[in-house]
Design a protein around this ligand. Structure first.
Ligand code: AMP
Length: 113
């Protein structure tokens, strides 16, 4: 897998506003926020997307979601929020490193485009 911009954020080659980090994942603010709060939660392991996930990744996926929900609580998204994972071209994925969008701070419309 070619190195993505998110791998460069993990290695600190390029800067990001990092909100959380542990041995397995990192959460940072999206550079083009679509809501008052817009974080990306990513695994440090370079998984391309949901379609590339294996059974071995199940605990890691649970951890990513739990980190996202804990960040939502810490960032006071008490009125609700949305977790989004875009997968592949039709899913709108633009960076080939699995990431969960955490969006909140305003009412979000449905259905998405
Ligand atoms: P997706 O379209 O689901 O693949 O989401 C990729 C997201 O990464 C987009 O919301 C971009 O705004 C965001 N993004 C791209 N480059 C950076 C960066 N250097 N720092 C933070 N977010 C980024």
């Amino acid at each position: 897998m070619a190195e993505t911009i998110f791998a460069k954020i993990i290695s600190r080659e390029i800067p990001a506003k990092i909100e959380y980090e542990d041995d397995h994942c990192m959460a940072f603010h999206d550079v083009a926020p679509q809501a008052p709060t817009h974080l990306l939660v990513i695994p440090k392991q370079p998984i391309v997307n949901l379609a590339a996930v294996t059974d071995d990744d199940t605990p890691l996926l649970g951890h990513l979601v739990r980190v996202a929900t804990q960040l939502a609580e810490r960032l006071n998204l008490a009125d609700g929020y949305r977790l989004v994972v875009n997968c592949g071209p039709h899913g709108g994925q633009t960076v080939d490193h699995l990431h969960i969008h955490l969006l909140g701070g305003r009412p979000l419309r449905w259905p998405p485009g």
